[in-house]
Ligand binder design. Sequence first.
Ligand code: SDX
Length: 438
Amino acid sequence: MTDAKPGAKNSVTLTDNRTGRSWEFPVLDGSIGPSVIDIRKLYAETGSFTYDPGYTSTGSCESKITFIDGEAGILRHRGYAIEDLAEHSDFMEVCYLLLHGDLPNAEQKAKFVHDITYHTMVHEQLQYLYRGFRRDAHPMAVMVGVVGALSAFYHDSTDIADPHQRMIASHRLIAKMPTIAAMAFKYSLGQPFVYPKNDLSYAANFLSMCFTVPCEPYVVNPVLAKAMDRIFILHADHEQNASTSTVRMAGSSGANPFACIAAGIASLWGPAHGGANEAVLRMLGEIRTKDRIPEFIKRAKDKNDPFRLMGFGHRVYKNYDPRAAVMRRTCYEVLEELGKKNEPLLDLALELERIALDDEYFVERKLYPNVDFYSGIILQAMGFPTSIFTVLFAVARTVGWIAQWKEMVEDPEQRIGRPRQLYTGHAKRDFVPIDKRG
Ligand code: SDX
């Protein structure tokens, strides 16, 4: 029998109607949000697995980092609302919060910013890795390759059992991702790489490495730097999403943090996940004019048509994604600053959102704009090509991935991830020599 007492308040009873047998399983309560049924002994006790493709009803771990209430459209990092962090904090503070659990005081912040700043350079040999790629390679392919190779350069921070090495690897990844991303962008343009500058903020440094050319000085626009910093905050972490779960799964085998983050980048690339921001721009480009919106809304509802309204819907949010609301406000700020406030793409997106939110199909399924719906419009206005959008998402999400990885490595309950299956293939067949096969 499991630990829970039959009929105990903090348990559930499972009865197998085929045999009449019953089992008790403990219910574990979090600080807020849904409780979980602890089924770790289910297979040993019942001989059955659970079945939950896509893990819609499965908690994979215990975490203290991010809380989402999808019905209410709530996102909090260590208890702080994303709206407050986006409005009053900055990305370095949010990185510290995700990694260490509290907002830093002035002294802690100064030291953290210094530590990150002085890790932004990459090993000089790393630049030769880029030359193995065609110039027109998708920058996400470059990111997966280069980040995966980091363990070859920073082998002294791959012993995951050493807390000091875990922290150094975390700092290196947070610090070097903008440099690596900017190098991927420059490589795609055929422009020379730009070294980080220690006198610039994290977001300003990233813009400088992306847009500086040798022929003239580049002065970072503070409004754009602030918008970039806020976009990093909005993408920093998001509970156990596909890419974070990939990082945790890779890390559960003891793989080094660089390899785990490369796995997260690979997962984020998918159009159903982080690749959606790029897909939104492609979709808006295909729709082109407001009068064609109904045709695309119709296609999005047609089960025989693979077309989805990109930037809409979410596995967890059945309300407006709180990040999308902040992103939309940021969109207005950036377009205003750049003198593009009548940007046709924004107009089209707003009209598409208005029509979709009024349509029974989307209302019934609680499909709202998500974080990706407006981000691409801002990034394109700032001068980034669509192929770089998901790279920026990966830069921002690295702190979330590494905070979740660190929490997993330090969690005594965590073991190697090894799900089972419902097998529906051939039960058993005898081998047939090739001359006897049909
Ligand atoms: C991110 O998990 C995270 O937290 C991710 C993320 C993060 O920060 O890490 O928030 C970032 O990935 C945001 C999501 C970006 N992806 C997109 O914008 C792509 C378009 N969205 C869909 O592909 C979809 O909404 C998902 C993948 C986001 C969610 O898929 P689910 O939860 O599996 O939803 P579903 O497929 O079960 O949809 C339920 C219904 C279905 O219709 P019925 O079968 O009930 O008739 O809604 C429909 C779906 O067909 N539906 C859509 C739709 N999304 C869902 N129909 C049209 N257009 C859409 N976008």
